[in-house]
Write a protein that binds this ligand. Structure first.
Ligand code: 6PG
Length: 280
């Protein structure tokens, strides 16, 4: 992997969220891969294991390819578990499958033991898949009072070391869409939802819930392209208090938004205002 790309702009917002802007999507992907590799290494050094939650869609593809090639993460994969932030309810070999995209770009290229990849079984009916995923997550990562007991909102210590998310042009993240009742789920870790007709892939989805996504040491939200500009702005600088789903994710640890210049266009004035330059 070539030298670590430097952000053209980086700031910490008043609410603690970090924002870094990169010239191009390629630099965004490389920087994101380095940030994820650092988080995996820190987790393995601290606890002997790491858990990464993968995002779907298309933006993460380049980051996953860079991460698979990152020598700095090589020693982590045998100790890393993988979960998914959401999945379209399709078979794993379907072109719309988030698992398939992650497998093609990352999972097929690194030595993660298969039992440590917790795939959402999109081939099942949505509620069956969501229930099975919830059980698998609780069995693998059960809360501090023992497995299968903690409501998502009770999680006080991070379950996920690094969680990757994207943002849709409507401000959705994972498969949490504006106006969805799933945004108010506080007990379950994973739920079945129906995406709006405008969403990519299939409407039937399984998604992690907001409190579960927040139970992360580090959340990295990726956005590239001018079409994401309005959603990024409403997530980082809500105008009328109506915060889109992506803007509601605040990690127990750090929340870091990685933008390319095109996606950052509408928030550059915000980032250049009084926000303190961060030491990120
Ligand atoms: C999905 C993703 C979704 C994605 C955004 C952005 O299943 O589609 O989980 O939340 O991150 O829709 O998608 P792009 O990266 O393709 O723009």
């Amino acid at each position: 992997m070539s030298a670590r790309p430097s952000a053209m702009l980086q700031h910490r917002l008043a609410d603690g969220r970090e924002v870094r802007v990169y010239e191009t999507p390629a630099e965004l992907a490389r920087a994101g891969a380095e940030l994820v590799a650092d988080a995996l290494r820190d987790a393995v050094a601290a606890r002997g294991r790491a858990t990464i939650c993968l995002a779907g869609g298309s933006t993460p593809r380049a980051l996953y390819a860079a991460l698979a090639a990152a020598r700095s993460a090589e020693a982590c994969w045998m100790r890393t578990s993988v979960v998914f932030g959401d999945e379209r309810c399709v078979p794993p070999d379907d072109a719309a499958s988030n698992y398939r995209m992650a497998h093609e770009t990352l999972l097929s290229r690194v030595p993660i033991p298969l039992p440590r990849v917790h795939r959402i079984r999109g081939e099942l009916p949505p509620t069956v898949a969501a229930d099975a995923y919830e059980r698998a997550l609780r069995a693998a990562f059960g809360g501090t009072r023992g497995p299968n007991t903690l409501a998502a909102v009770e999680l006080r210590a991070p379950l996920l070391d690094v969680t990757l998310l994207g943002i849709g042009t409507d401000g959705h993240t994972a498969s949490l869409f504006p106006g969805s009742p799933a945004l108010y789920e506080r007990t379950r870790w994973a739920v079945a939802v129906e995406a709006p007709a405008s969403a990519a892939g299939t409407r039937e989805r399984v998604t992690l819930t907001l409190p579960l996504l927040a139970a992360s040491q580090l959340v990295v939200v990726l956005a590239a392209g001018a079409d994401k500009g309005p959603a990024v702005r409403s997530a980082l600088e809500p105008a009328d208090g109506d915060v889109p789903p992506a803007g509601r994710v605040h990690a127990l640890g750090r929340t870091c938004w990685l933008l390319d210049a095109a996606a950052a266009e509408q928030v550059l004035p915000l980032l250049r205002q009084g926000a303190e330059p961060s030491a990120v």
